[in-house]
Write a protein that binds this ligand. Structure first.
Ligand code: GDP
Ligand code: MG
Length: 196
């Protein structure tokens, strides 16, 4: 897909803030520091549209980015960050769950896991929730450049075993590996509802 425009529109802290134009939405979710902002920037070929940082757990809002004036990328807050307070964690759960559960514009969720590690219990729970609730989704294994080809192959097997029913794409925001594969999944999800 050719990216003509990509702009940050807003951060939502409650349902009232969600956009109302009925554009299709692609959501991104995964634990803090997994590479979510980097994936967004890499897909959109923008250096710092979504902020990347080494300080996990900072983004507690749902962030909406309008792409090609026709659909949204939706950056959900990272989960599983131990140092945030209990009330912040509860807010995350509610905000993200409400969004994933109720958002009719959502056509595809992209769940990120770190290619170097076995999926965590939270990763598995989220994946099971997506499957159980029939949410169209793919799993993206991030930071693939940090592993040798051989090690990456092995790790992808580990992830596939933990999430056998989900399509898996390996990604590197550094080399751009997986970019076409992820865009192809996004294109398919968007084309199911509208031609772009
Ligand atoms: N080598 C490498 N580092 C990455 C990649 N993706 C993210 N990172 C690094 O991992 C850290 C967290 O990334 P970020 O995108 O902020 O994660 P987020 O918290 O999920 O949004 C940053 O230091 C990134 O530079 C990748 O594909 N390859
Ligand atoms: Mg981020």
């Amino acid at each position: 897909m050719k990216i003509v425009s990509a702009e940050f529109i807003k951060s939502a802290y409650e349902r009232l803030h969600w956009p109302t134009e009925d554009y299709d939405e692609i959501s991104f979710l995964g634990r803090s520091n997994v590479g979510k902002s980097s994936l967004l920037n890499s897909l959109l070929q923008r250096k710092a549209l979504a902020r990347t940082s080494n300080t996990p757990g900072r983004t507690q809002s749902i962030n909406f980015f309008l792409v090609n004036s026709s659909f949204y990328f939706v950056d959900l807050p990272g989960y599983g960050y131990a140092r945030v307070s209990k009330s912040v964690r509860a807010d995350w759960g509610k905000m993200a769950r409400d969004y994933l559960q109720d958002r009719e514009e959502l056509v595809l969720s992209i769940q990120l896991v770190d290619s170097r590690h076995e999926p965590t219990q939270l990763d598995r729970q989220l994946n099971e929730w997506l499957l159980y609730n029939d949410k169209p989704h793919i799993v993206v294994a991030t930071k693939a450049d940090k592993l040798s080809a051989n090690k990456l192959f092995k790790q992808l097997k580990v992830i596939e075993k933990a999430m056998p029913q989900s399509k898996l794409v390996a990604y590197s925001a550094v080399t751009g590996k997986g970019r076409e594969g992820v865009w192809s999944e996004i294109g398919t999800a968007l084309n199911k509802t509208a031609p772009y």
